[in-house]
Design a protein around this ligand. Sequence first.
Ligand code: OXT
Ligand code: ADP
Ligand code: MG
Length: 579
Amino acid sequence: MTATKEKPAAPATEAAEELTDGFHLIIDALKLNGLTTIYGVPGIPITDFGRMAQASGIRVLSFRHEQNAGYAAAIAGFLTKKPGVCLTVSAPGFLNGLTALAHATTNCFPMILISGSSEREIVDLQQGDYEEMDQLAIAKPLCKAAYRILHAADIGIGIARAIRSAVSGRPGGVYLDLPAKLFGQVMNAEKGRKSLVKVIDPAPAQIPAADAVKRALDVLKSAKRPLIILGKGASYAQADDVIRSFVEKSGVPFLPMSMAKGLLPDTHPQCAGAARSTVLKDSDVVMMIGARLNWLLSHGKGKTWGDAPKKFIQIDIEPKEMDSNVEIAAPVVGDIGSCVQVMLGQMGSSWPAPPADWTGAVTAKREENVTKMAPRLMNNNVPMDYHGALGVLRTIIKERPETILVNEGANTLDLARGVIDIYKPRKRLDVGTWGVMGIGMGQAIAAAVETGNKVLAVEGDSAFGFSGMEVETICRYKLPVCVVIFNNNGIYRGTDVNKNGADPATTVFVAGARYDKMMEAFGGIGVNATSPDELKRAVSEALDSGKPTLVNAVIDPSAGSESGRIGNLNPQSALQKKK
Ligand code: OXT
Ligand code: ADP
Ligand code: MG
């Protein structure tokens, strides 16, 4: 059923007719489906919508830039299994939000980007409307699905489609285009109520085929040197107990990808995080649970994986993921909760432990690496190096395992990932599949809003710069976020010199900048920490008080290396090498 575009001609009984409009129908549709938080930036044509949504009890968080609101929505989707909602204005606001929508899709996070748009008739004739842009066409290739709602009577079904598209199957980003005229469209209130759709079972269980499960268990049982890799899909699935039982019953060493850390504690005796190279190279059967064989796993081949033949088992909800890089000997297609549950049920009561020489070798390598790192974490150097500063933060998280760690940068990211142990599921959020800088403050805000937990954001000084203005947002909403900036005066390092002119080198920033003053400008607490002791005191106080805090941690400008641990990905000029 469709409504006319203009307000319907007044019937004789108008005085008695109860009316509703696009504004209210969108709000009612979101609430009906449990979407009660919106991250966005107001402006034409969605300012009043934001006000009305707030008045109706939806929590509307206003950001300083749509990209950060988008990253907040994306990670809200990861944390809650419900689509995170980002609301923007037309053309430039929409484009600002689009990077985050693409990021959500790439990372398999459910998110809906809702953007107001200009008049269709003018946009389609390219007559130069205010913020004119064919947003639907631009969004389509960057997300899982894109829809436009033209009539108030279609709002219920349009929002239902967006929700189901975002969360069913492999989760991802959905774009919803709402032209300005839609908001003011009026219709009969009763008909409006009836047009709303509550999405039943938005992400139905996908039970794996029995023969696929048997094949996978047979391959796992045949292994001499098995390995389980847990990815962020496993964290997303919220099947924590069943995954833990499966891993423990199998006795197989497990390697967590960065956002799967904590699914089982990093200190678990089967954790092979500190023996990464060894387990990838020497394993003979690798079972992937919610992880892809993309660049982060060297595509399942090459030097990282050694010469010995390997068999892969893969659990994923997306059938096309199988054989994407190498042959998968045992594909198990389904949702992780169901797949792991069924496999666990079929393991019987006497599943054989993996050979002791393998588990012993993994443990020995892990302990060797942990022992090697330990003294570096205790150093009290001034200026601080990464290890001295991270050693302090590692202890702080150990003492407060409910804290959510947000982490971005290059060295700041790569070293923190190894040093800071995570003890609980979904307590580490980071740059994800693209290695994108700028997720920091959006993720920190959404983590605090969605979970109520304290948040520690450990940020490279460059990484922080991408979303730094949101410290005002953190202060405005009084969120329990402590931001620590690893300030080494630049991207990777602060020591590069431009040998050819007066301009600074491309990777360096103003030396000795005081990011803590930014926080003070908005009423938060700012601390300049020059030693591990000062850092420890400041961060402990911040997390215990829950007051918005920014700690400028002064790091030796020469401490970092180019691109952290992925310097090998930088192309090199043959000409440059000859010089
Ligand atoms: O087994 P071995 O012996 O090999 O040892 C491994 C582990 O076993 C061991 N380990 C441990 N030992 C002891 N104890 C413990 N607990 C332990 N845990 C592990 O340690 C080693 C290493 O382990 P790891 O890390 O697991 O293994 P590895 O080999 O590194 O893993 C490979 C990867 C690929 C899985 C891993 O490296 C990874 O996940 N990497 C992600 C990298 C990434 O995404 N980086 C971000 C992008 S870099 C670059 O692009 C940047 N930019 C450009 C830019 C971007 N990105 N975005 C946008 C929008 N614009 C521009 C910029 C601008 S970074 C950047 C800013 C950088 O400057 P900052 O100031 O922000 O930061 P600083 O660098 O600090 O200055
Ligand atoms: P990581 O970066 O941690 O290795 P990836 O983002 O590469 O993880 O992979 C996550 C995988 O998990 C994706 O292939 C996605 O299809 C899958 N996935 C996400 N949610 C589920 C789920 N509930 N059940 C099964 N697979 C899932
Ligand atoms: Mg830096």
